[in-house]
Write a protein that binds this ligand. Sequence first.
Ligand SMILES: [Zn+2]
Length: 328
Amino acid sequence: MRFGRSSLLLVGASVLMAPRATGAAELTCPSSVTLEALVACIRDQMPGRSSGMFVAPAFMEMSAWRSVVSAMMYGACGSPLPSTLSPFVQIRSFRDADNGRSYCLLMETADRNGDGVVDRGFGAFIVDAFAERELSHQVSHPIADEGTETQAVTVFKRTRSRTFLLAGAHRDARLDERAFQGFSMSSDVAHNAATMFHAAHVEIAAYYGWRPWWAIQWHGMAEDTCERVDVHLSHGFDTTPAAGDKILELRSHLLAFEPTWRIGVAGSRVCSLNATSNVQGLLLNSAPTTFNFGTAAAPAARRFVHIEQHPGVRDPEKWIAAVMATWP
Ligand SMILES: [Zn+2]
């Protein structure tokens, strides 16, 4: 049998196309041996700004994600994943080479078109089953709030906290202005409850119920935003904290170690970034067992701690001692 010229060209073209057509990959960050390297790797393979690559999760996928997060909170790490998630995500034990401790890791890995970016933007969740502090360190704006990913995971690791939660895409990977009561197609997980990030947050809150715990959300603001402060702390509403409040405690411990830092708190009028539309904050500031919005939170129930920072203060080393002193 003879091949005509056009057939040969077609064969050549299909060979050239082959890597793209069969390039489906599992992006598991196999060379990352510390939590910091792992989180940087996950950040570097997520949908970027204006990429349009974020895919909003389906309701069944969010339900499945919640069931896995719940099992992880109770210490399970080896159960098979639900079939709605297994094509996209991986659950495994992760050993940190710095401290030798093992963590349970849930992360999106599927890259079916082989472009080096995960397909959906689900993000990652890490549990320390032998934690000493009931704190959840959360990064809702990776890439955009530069440096907060590795800052928060280092604080998580060194303070022996329970959970670390990372959004799966740049907040502006997919813009959608049609938000309705906190639900939209947007990739900004701090303002969209229909995300894997929020689904995990809901499940963490359900795990604790009335028991004390705190969600610490690490953000970064531009140098020319809130110029009169370096750090701004709030609970997700614009009210001056009362004596004994955790954000006042955190501020005084930070100032003990970093006396030159200018640290604002909600209600002080020096900065308006009080996260009043943050959906994770709205959840925790409502009644913890029913999650009905609109119920005023008692001071004791202010579990949501929102941290805004200028670029120069995002060094985890400068936060660890203060976090440990505030949550001994
Ligand atoms: Zn932010």
